[in-house]
Design a protein around this ligand. Structure first.
Ligand code: MN
Length: 146
């Protein structure tokens, strides 16, 4: 049997299977919600409550995507994003900002800090999995721009 000769997995399921996502979020309720949603959709999840903790974790793991709360105690999410963008080993990991302030300026600041996009809080649990899948599908293109 040649396992490689069969048809590819359905596109809808293929994107999320086993992808590893780092969530950086200091609010435990939001963290539970986001982590639970992602696990339900087949993602593997790492959780950090602070930016410093996330930077430590990133010494040992390489997630496919980082969901970064902007308002964090200590280093804020934008500082963490800038730090990662300056690290040749980790700059290729796409970062999506999470912020409670759905204002135009925040999206711009997130992009300037190196985030590939922005998801406003409170998250919409219906569209959230689609947004994540879209960012993962985009990552080759977005990271190729350096
Ligand atoms: Mn926060």
């Amino acid at each position: 049997m040649d396992a490689g000769s069969g048809p590819a997995a359905p596109a809808a399921a293929a994107g999320s299977q086993g992808n590893l996502i780092l969530i950086v979020e200091d609010n435990p309720i939001n963290l539970r919600l986001v982590a639970g949603l992602l696990k339900t959709h087949g993602y593997r999840v790492i959780e950090s409550a602070t930016g410093e903790e996330a930077l430590d974790a990133l010494k040992f793991v390489r997630p496919d995507l980082i969901l970064m709360d902007i308002q964090l105690p200590g280093m804020d999410g934008l500082q963490v994003a800038r730090t990662l963008r300056q690290d040749p080993e980790r700059r290729g990991i796409p970062i999506v900002a999470l912020t409670a302030h759905a204002m135009k300026g925040d999206e711009e600041r997130a992009r300037e800090a190196g985030c590939v996009g922005y998801i406003p809080k409170p998250i919409d649990i219906l569209s959230f999995p689609r947004q994540i899948a879209a960012y993962l599908a985009d990552r080759t293109r977005t990271t190729a721009q350096g």
